[in-house]
Design a protein around this ligand. Structure first.
Ligand SMILES: Cc1ncc(C[n+]2csc(CCOP(=O)(O)OP(=O)(O)O)c2C)c(N)n1
Ligand SMILES: [Mg+2]
Length: 351
């Protein structure tokens, strides 16, 4: 099947121009590199664990899209909030949820960030502003608009972020959420990760316009399209949008052109709707490989330094997976805890 890809900015050119623009020092660039490597390694570890029967429930990986979570969340404070999707491990990690809490959650253990009750699509940690991954496509856009409204009422300068896929942009929630945020100038960043497929449905078959960002014009908010596999481009565009939101300038729709290089979900077939050539071409555009090359070419880091980061991340992720595997299961007697409200009602203590 011939699957025309939406035009992406020429990757090397985009990387160079973003690099030329970046005011980031070595430490900040190394931090972005570390976050992307950590997301990738956690996903690879979860894939192996899924194959070994240790992960319970679905597992949609973020492999190939790491630059987006890393580039956006680098601008966020713990008091800013993120609403995520079914493909949200990277968002949770970049927002500050520890790898071991995520691994333990997918393993169904008490030490997981949702005490093993939720799994991959219920990663919550409000203390760091991670307001949840979700199996329902679209509502994260409305939730972020609502959080932005609450920040406005509370007179804070916090920012709400919604991450969502191209598939969500044809959901009514997208149109209602960005319209409300736009008319009320809410402090929200809408990040569309256009990986060009919704499960097996190519975006060009469900939208005449390949650019989700174009829809912003209908609602009067600014939009930007970036190469989502270029960490410096994502970081620069997200920085501007977050500054605008924090300063009272209203929301932005940021479209990141990207690609998932693994199956929609672990264990699902990954054939018949896209070609191996297409997948391989995008593997060549791997955001981590590209940033590594850039850091070396720009002499911002040595290969020994980058290898050291990778070794540290490898150790952290190995520990996280071992921690998850060795963690206790939730106590079956607590199964109804957090299900029913137990205060302020006659006979309300159910759990
Ligand atoms: C409201 C709703 N409709 C349909 C689904 C089934 N579904 C799960 S993932 C998915 C594809 C989503 O595609 P996209 O938003 O592009 O995200 P991606 O998987 O590409 O990251 C669909 C349709 C769902 N979970 N929720
Ligand atoms: Mg998609």
């Amino acid at each position: 099947m011939a699957t025309p890809l939406a035009a992406t900015p020429a990757e090397s050119g985009a990387a160079e121009s973003a690099a030329a623009r970046t005011a980031l020092g070595t430490a900040e660039q190394l931090a972005l590199f570390r976050t992307m490597v950590e997301i990738r390694r956690v996903e690879e570890g979860l894939v192996r664990a899924h194959q070994n029967g240790l992960v319970h429930g679905a597992c949609h990986t973020y492999v190939g899209q790491e630059a987006i979570a890393a580039g956006v969340c680098a601008h966020l404070r713990p008091s800013d909030v993120v609403f995520s999707t079914h493909r949200g491990h990277g968002h949770a990690l970049a927002k500050g949820v520890a790898a071991q809490e995520i691994a333990a959650e997918l393993f169904g253990r008490e030490t997981g960030c949702s005490h093993g009750r939720g799994g991959s699509m219920h990663l919550f940690k409000p203390e760091v502003g991670m307001m949840g991954t979700s199996g329902i496509v679209g509502p994260c856009i409305l939730l972020a608009a609502g959080a932005g409204y609450s920040f406005r009422l509370q007179r804070t300068d916090n920012v709400a972020v919604a991450f969502f896929g191209d598939g969500a942009s044809n959901n009514g929630a997208f149109h209602e959420g960005i319209n409300m945020a736009s008319v009320w100038d809410l402090p929200v960043l809408f990040v569309c990760e256009n990986n060009q497929y919704a499960t097996e449905v190519p975006y060009h078959t469900v939208s005449r316009n390949p650019d989700v960002a174009a829809k912003a014009a209908a609602y009067g908010l600014p939009s930007v399209i970036v190469d989502g596999n270029d960490i410096l481009a994502v970081h620069a565009a997200a920085g501007e949008a977050v500054r605008r939101a924090r300063g009272g300038g209203g929301p932005t729709l940021l479209e990141c052109k990207t690609y998932r290089t693994r199956a929609h979900s672990e264990g699902m077939r990954d054939a018949g709707y896209r070609t191996a050539e297409e997948v391989n071409a995008w593997k060549e555009r791997c955001p981590i490989k590209r940033f590594r090359s850039h850091l070396l070419e720009a002499a911002s880091a040595s290969s020994a330094e980058l290898d050291q980061v990778e070794r540290e991340v490898d150790a952290l992720v190995a520990n996280a997976l071992a921690f998850a595997k060795d963690s206790p299961w939730p106590d079956p007697a607590m199964v109804t805890q957090h299900v029913y409200r137990s205060e302020g009602r006659a006979g309300g203590s159910v759990g």
